[in-house]
Design a binder for this molecule. Structure first.
Ligand SMILES: Nc1nc2c(ncn2[C@@H]2O[C@H](COP(=O)(O)OP(=O)(O)OP(=O)(O)O)[C@@H](O)[C@H]2O)c(=O)[nH]1
Ligand SMILES: [Mg+2]
Length: 461
């Protein structure tokens, strides 16, 4: 879904304030562009927050002048504005100017790009949750007893929020059922998580079975199911309505998407998730529950970071990612340092140090970081190995009688995990490694084939 290519939100002046240093506007500019604004100028200030305007009064008036000079339609503010600051700033600007803070900007991007019911509902819910306290305050100010009065805007919003939460619960339950089904079919679930623009979708394409990583289009035909569902049919993937697009801009991916991958003989479902961004109120992140659910349900999580980012950004982005993972991930986390094609040995070393540093402080179960380039494939074999090592696994060795039935069983084994098969004159010897639940089933089926020589040696990891 690339509605945003056609979207034009007008000309915007970007404003940013930071108490400790001159604000860096790179990210807010890129977010503004992703929301369809043409950035026509910027005003920044280093000072503590002014209660009235957020910026100092003089700076706020300077901002108004720049808006007029540049003939801008909008101001994009890098931060969260209180309802009062929002109103007072707007009053300074030429009439007709719109004002968007960081939070609303992200909501705008999502509102413009969200396609599926779940994503649209999540955006609407996040917007309502954001507006509710503001409307409540405004209503209180106008002396309406909003909470009790029938038909009041507050009551109305509360009802809509309840309805949307119920709708989302249903969708969430359906997604959970789907994951349970996939697990029962022997799939491991792996989620790709990380800061926006880190290269998650590029990596998904690199690892998935049905993509040629070099091409920009999926190699399998598109179906019309946008739910992220993967077909139970062994041979094809049915969820390609949303193509996995890669773009050098924040929030290119606005929905979770799942693809099939085979890693070390294991059948894995890889889920690409919505990117994270720093400095958003927690409940907005919470609103994108599909992403958090996928992270929470995954047997392993790949935490993708752009290792090419400068030190300060890298640290901030890893911190943002780790914060979310610490709250939601239950499986082991593999830090993936992507884009190392942009770094020399010293750069890689420096990036590794920062990543390890942040991870050491974090309350998550992590594995060794793996350095890769999703773009040129460097390190992706190591990553595959690391993922397989992080997945819950056990092994079993057994012999089968040389029969047609055993043959069919062996083909089945190859689809369920890593089967090492040796054909002898009297028997077929098999060493199998895979998901514990699959290994249990394998042992049962092998026993049914009347082998009397089953020697399971379970090695839980
Ligand atoms: N040099 C280099 N660029 C990369 C690599 N991986 C991804 N990129 C580029 O980084 C940009 C973002 O890649 P995406 O895969 O869209 O990133 P994402 O994490 O899915 O981003 P969102 O969906 O926006 O959160 C694109 O321009 C990619 O071509 C890499 O290994 N090396
Ligand atoms: Mg993406």
């Amino acid at each position: 879904m690339n509605v945003r290519d056609r979207l034009e939100s007008g000309r915007a002046v970007v404003a940013a304030r930071d108490a400790d240093e001159t604000p860096d506007t790179t990210e807010i500019r890129r977010l503004a562009e992703a929301a369809g604004y043409e950035v026509a100028g910027e005003v920044t200030q280093r000072r503590t927050e002014d209660l009235r305007y957020n910026l100092g009064g003089g700076k706020a008036r300077e901002l108004a002048d720049v808006v007029a000079e540049r003939d801008a339609d909008a101001v994009v503010f890098d931060g969260e504005l209180s309802p009062g600051q929002y109103t007072d700033l707007l009053e300074l600007f030429p009439s007709g100017t719109t004002l968007t803070d960081r939070y609303r900007l992200v909501l705008e991007i999502f509102a413009d790009g969200a396609g599926s019911t779940a994503a649209t509902t999540q955006v609407e819910l996040a917007t309502l949750r954001y507006e509710l306290p503001r409307v409540r305050r405004a209503t209180e100010r106008s002396l309406l007893n909003a909470a009790t009065e029938k038909g009041s805007p507050v009551l109305d919003m509360e009802k809509r929020i309840d309805a949307m939460e119920a709708k989302l619960d249903e969708l969430t339950d359906a997604a959970a059922d789907r994951r349970a089904r996939r697990r029962a079919e022997g799939f491991d679930l792996v989620a790709l998580a990380g800061y926006t623009n880190a290269g998650k979708s590029t990596l998904l394409r690199r690892l998935a079975d049905d993509f040629d990583a070099e091409s920009s289009a999926p190699s399998a035909p598109s179906g019309d199911d946008s739910s992220g569902e993967v077909s139970g049919d062994e041979n094809r993937t049915d969820d390609l309505a949303e193509s996995v697009t890669v773009e050098d801009r924040p929030f290119e991916t606005l929905e979770t998407t799942t693809r099939r991958a085979t890693l070390g003989g294991r059948r894995v479902l890889l889920t690409d998730t919505v990117g994270l961004v720093a400095d958003l109120p927690h409940d907005l992140v919470r609103s994108f529950s599909a992403t958090l659910d996928e992270i929470g349900a995954a047997d392993a999580v790949l935490a993708v970071v752009d290792a090419g980012a400068d030190e300060e950004r890298l640290r901030r982005r890893v911190e943002t990612t780790v914060e979310v993972l610490a709250a939601d991930a239950t499986g082991p986390v593999i830090p993936v340092m992507n884009k190392v094609d942009r770094l020399d040995a010293a750069g890689r070393e420096a990036a590794l140090e920062i990543v390890s540093d942040v991870l050491a402080e974090a309350d998550v179960e992590t594995r060794e970081p793996v350095a890769i380039s999703a773009l040129d494939g460097t390190g992706t074999d190591d990553l595959r190995e690391s993922v397989v090592g992080a997945l819950p696994g056990s092994t079993a060795t057994f012999e089968l009688p040389p029969s047609g039935e055993s043959q069919a069983f062996v083909s089945w084994l190859h689809e369920r995990g890593d089967a090492d098969v040796t054909y002898g004159p009297e028997s077929i010897e098999v060493a199998f490694a895979g998901k514990p639940s699959v290994v249990d089933e394998v042992e049962r089926r092998a026993a049914d084939l009347r082998t009397d020589d089953i020697r399971p040696d379970s090695t839980e990891e």
